[in-house]
Design a protein around this ligand. Structure first.
Ligand code: ASC
Length: 153
């Protein structure tokens, strides 16, 4: 019984400790994953941004499709900044040490991005280009402020 309890406790502790890391094989995989998510975000945000700036014709349906991707994918990369992922062995990362040293600030930036991305999706669904322009500004500002603090350029 004693042995069973300690095994159960160990299993429970492992489950609690694992989530952020267990989803990735190693630091290189985590870096690849988060970079892929940022690539998708930049691509799909870029398409809405181009409409907001009048560089391509406004298409309400495409705006919604792209905003859906941004809103969903913006939730993904942050779980891939776990401990040890500052030093991948094969890949290179542009993440600054501040990501881990100022973890609360980094998390706040991630939350802000999610919030602004949700607003962008609502704006896209409204079909109103002025609302989309304002929301694009919010997302872009959120990207920029995190890059300024946390990304090597
Ligand atoms: C983009 C993109 C970013 C942000 C950033 C905003 O379109 O790819 O990384 O906007 O440039 O300042």
């Amino acid at each position: 019984m004693q042995r069973f309890l300690s095994l159960a406790a160990l299993a429970a502790a492992t489950l609690v400790a694992l989530p952020a890391q267990a989803q990735f094989r190693d630091a290189d995989h985590a870096v690849q994953y988060r970079q892929s998510a940022f690539t998708l975000m930049a691509t799909h945000f870029g398409r809405i941004n181009a409409m907001a700036q009048g560089k391509v014709p406004f298409d309400a349906k495409l705006a919604v499709e792209n905003a859906e991707v941004v809103a969903m994918v913006s939730k993904l990369p942050f779980a891939a900044f776990g401990p040890g992922t500052d030093k991948p062995s094969k890949r290179s990362t542009e993440a600054k040490p501040a990501v881990w040293a100022e973890a609360a600030k980094f998390k706040a930036g991630a939350d802000k991005l999610n919030e602004e991305s949700t607003k962008l999706l609502a704006a896209a669904r409204s079909g109103n280009l002025d609302q989309i322009k304002a929301a694009v500004g919010g997302v872009g500002q959120s990207c920029k402020s995190c890059h300024d603090s946390f990304k090597k350029d």
